[in-house]
Design a protein around this ligand. Structure first.
Ligand SMILES: [Fe+2]
Ligand SMILES: [Fe+2]
Length: 283
């Protein structure tokens, strides 16, 4: 069901540079920083996802799933590359991405404290975060107006990343099931991962707002709250899909996102003039 033909690996270069203003999202600095905040998590996070899934590649007998793992890997590698460029742009603006990454790296080492269970815990963390990226990606793709008035390169990057997260949303959990992964661990790890993830996002948002001189700016914080809670209703809308994870037979493709992806391909992927197909490296 994953939408991962070879054409799903798009070698897109957004050419982000200092020409993009810090309030690139509709002139709203706190909301711009929220997206920037997520960007700082991706290079290390996606490298972790790739390692977690790759760890089990020899235990996957199903050739179709092995092929999907290769495309998953290639897509995440492209995301990491473009978000690394994004983050270099942030550093040039005084956001200390390296300092943030020290903390992220520390968090991502925790699963390895679980000894022989470590790789399975890491895969569950990956699946949980992939569920979040797929849910957030769905939100982006279903709201055409979300990036109205935003810098067009940034809008294209976030839509592209969102679409590919939705395309490969079932891969990690398919691998988990293929290796005999069981329900209790994936349920517990979703709770733990969600709490740690959003606590980290909140903490980083505060630090980034401080670096931008906005941490005491009530209007900026109120604007961010308005964006998340009133305009996009992020938690209200994602709540039911988050809870769906806890159904024992749950699969991300229980929600059929093919129409949404088809719409992105016709409507938005033509906005990627830098696009060419990228080779898929063997996993
Ligand atoms: Fe990604
Ligand atoms: Fe992903």
């Amino acid at each position: 069901m994953n939408q991962l033909g070879k054409d799903a690996v798009r070698d897109v270069r957004f050419g982000l540079d200092e020409g993009i203003p810090s309030d690139w999202y509709q002139g709203r600095p706190a909301v711009s920083l929220y997206f920037d905040n997520l960007s700082t998590l991706f290079p290390l996070g996606e490298a972790f996802f790739m390692r977690s899934v790759q760890h089990y590649r020899d235990r996957i007998d199903d050739e179709a799933l092995r092929a999907e793992v290769r495309v998953f890997h290639a897509q995440e590698a492209m995301h990491s590359r473009e978000h690394a460029a994004y983050n270099r742009m942030l550093e040039a603006r005084g956001i200390d991405v390296e300092a943030l990454e020290v903390g992220v790296a520390r968090l991502l080492r925790i699963p390895h404290r679980f000894g022989p269970l470590g790789p399975r815990v890491a895969l569950c963390v990956t699946m949980s975060l992939e569920h979040w990226t797929a849910m957030l990606g769905h939100l982006v793709l279903s709201e055409d107006a979300m990036f109205d008035g935003a810098d067009p390169r940034m809008a294209a990057l976030w839509r592209w990343h969102s679409a590919e997260e939705v395309e490969h949303k079932g891969v990690a959990i398919d691998v988990y099931r293929a290796i005999g992964g069981r329900y209790p661990l994936r349920a517990v790890m979703m709770v733990v991962t969600s709490v740690v993830f959003w606590a980290r996002v909140a903490q980083q948002q505060h630090r980034m707002m401080r670096w931008a001189g906005l941490s005491r700016d009530r209007a900026a914080w109120a604007d961010l709250a308005r964006f998340l809670v009133v305009e996009q209703r992020v938690f209200q809308r994602l709540g039911p899909h988050w809870l769906a994870w806890f159904r024992p037979g749950f699969h991300p493709w229980d929600r059929d996102d093919r129409p949404l992806l088809a719409r992105w391909r016709t409507r938005w992927s033509a906005d990627l003039p830098w696009q060419r197909a990228a080779p898929v490296q063997p996993a």
